[in-house]
Design a protein around this ligand. Structure first.
Ligand code: ADP
Length: 493
């Protein structure tokens, strides 16, 4: 498109005038990555006993970033033994105030090295640098700060009870918010006096390994946190280890079910934060432009790789045409491309496998008879990318509406009454989150009390805070992370 000519001949700047943003790349020359990483066990990086390594790649370039270890059963055993020893000999005897100091120190070092963390997070996972810089890394530091504050106040958190730590926590995390999920898991565990063995996801191990460096530099006693890279088998070995007292898992509902089966009949405590298929509900009385921003944020933030993504849009009939027109226009302005460019809105899909999964869902949507709309963005020729996508005329029985896609794909439905919106919002296997857009406070209270969703955002979306609990109902799992509630899974009362 060309800039429009005005009557006096001067070129006017219209929103769709075809002006493009000049590249604004974040530099990555300050990043220090080793060619090959070992496992972080008992305060040091050690080669894996398994002898196996694999390559972690940049999903935006398909280029190799580093080799990381694939931990086997003997490695899991070494890490759990180190955590158990550290728990018995050191950490359970460390005064709470001292525990807090280490956790604060970890938070401070993350802040000091925030830029490095942000760039590595975007390189290894594909998310836009703006998000890793402004959301993931500051929130990860905030989680450590927040739980550091609780370490010596546990008797106030659980008045008239005597909170005691559990022992060794095995923690398994996904690839969508790698450092942030590590912080969600490690910070409350340490504050409550437990030791940790953490397994990051196979496609995003690098910021967890950087975190291992931070933990080493913080002077945290050896073995209190151990980090094992590897695949699902490593996670399964951690779940099965007899000296693990607690499992905290974030990931797919399928793996969550496997984990629950594996711990059945043991004394292990479990929390599961699983999939989601949130309804983002827009009423006729909502501020429509703000709602459109909220819809965009809800589904396109982090390429839609978000368990609480607003992946179903429920829009009231009277405003459906206007909302969809504005949404399509807004989608045209989204920049898809290099995650390290500060203008990028939608980065790379995390892996080839995930892109194939998303593409197969797009084909399913078309076959189910829904109307496909994608933005006209051009995608980079290398790397794994997906255009922002929406499907109109979907119905409750469509797989697009019922199943989690974990990509930038929005299923749109309409409704007439409040009751219909609630019915549709709840009629899925998941119950992690939801959004409500209206200018009526009473409607918000009505909706939030009737929707089976662990988190409901009103006139906003994807807002996270360490003080606020997060977790699901139904197949979205159980247990809460964040806030005071997030300490509960790490203590005996
Ligand atoms: P996603 O769909 O996000 O890839 P997964 O549930 O497959 O979710 O992966 C989340 C985490 O669970 C990853 O760290 C992965 O390695 C781990 N994992 C996969 N399979 C198992 C398993 N059987 N037992 C324990 N952990 C597993």
């Amino acid at each position: 498109m060309k800039a429009q000519d005005t009557t006096d001949g001067a070129a006017a700047l219209s929103f769709f005038s075809g002006w493009t943003y000049a590249p604004a790349p974040e530099s990555s020359d300050h990043i220090r990555l080793q060619d090959r990483y070992g496992l972080f066990i008992n305060g040091a990086f050690v080669p894996p006993k398994s002898g196996r390594h694999y390559v972690t790649v940049n999903p935006a370039t398909e280029g190799a970033l580093a080799e990381v270890a694939d931990a086997g059963e003997k490695d899991v055993d070494a890490a759990v033994s180190a955590a158990k020893r550290a728990y018995e000999r050191t950490w359970s005897r460390t005064p709470a105030k001292e525990r807090a100091k280490y956790i604060y120190r970890i938070a401070r070092i993350i802040q000091e090295r925030a830029r490095e963390f942000a760039v590595i997070e975007s390189m290894d996972g594909g998310k836009p640098i703006r998000e890793s810089r402004d959301v993931d890394i500051p929130l990860a530091a905030n989680h450590f700060f927040y739980y550091a504050g609780w370490a010596d106040k546990l008797p106030y958190a659980f008045p008239n009870r005597s909170p005691r730590p559990l022992g060794v926590a095995g923690q398994i995390i996904p690839w969508n918010f790698p450092l942030l999920m590590a912080a969600w898991k490690i910070a409350p565990a340490l504050a409550a006096g437990n030791t940790v063995v953490l397994k990051p996801a196979e496609t995003t191990p690098l910021t967890a390994l950087k975190l291992a460096e931070v933990i080493r530099d913080s002077g945290l006693p050896d073995g209190v946190v151990n980090i094992l890279t590897g695949f699902g088998k490593t996670g399964a070995a951690l779940v099965a280890h007899p000296h693990v007292n607690k499992i905290a898992f974030t990931g797919s509902t399928d793996v969550g079910k496997l984990i629950q089966k594996a711990v059945a009949g043991t004394a292990k405590k479990v929390t599961l934060e699983l999939g989601g298929k949130a309804a983002n509900i827009v009423f006729e009385d909502a501020a429509i432009d703000q709602a459109v921003e909220g819809i965009v944020n809800g589904i396109f933030f982090n390429q839609g790789h978000v368990c609480c993504a607003g992946s179903r849009l429920l829009v009231q009939e009277g405003v459906a045409d206007a909302v969809i027109r504005k949404l399509k226009e807004r989608m045209e302005t989204l920049i898809v491309g290099d995650p390290l460019d500060k203008n990028t809105d939608i980065g790379a899909i995390n892996s080839k496998e995930q892109l194939e999964k998303i593409s197969s869902y797009i084909a399913i949507g078309v076959n189910e008879g829904a109307e496909l709309h994608q933005s006209s963005a051009t995608l980079p020729s290398k790397g794994w990318f997906c255009k922002p996508t929406l499907f109109l005329h979907t119905s409750q029985s469509h797989r697009l509406v019922q199943e989690e896609i974990f990509g930038p794909v929005l299923a749109v439905q309409t409704f007439r009454t409040v009751e219909e919106a609630i019915e549709k919002a709840n009629n899925i296997p998941y119950g992690l989150s939801a959004g409500v857009w209206t200018d009526k406070g009473s409607k918000i209270f009505n909706m939030t009390s009737k929707m089976r969703a662990g988190v409901v955002w009103a006139n906003t979306y994807n807002k996270f805070d360490p003080t606020s609990p997060f977790g699901g109902y139904k197949e979205s799992g159980f247990g809460r992370e964040g806030g005071l509630h997030g300490l509960l899974p790490y203590v005996h009362l």
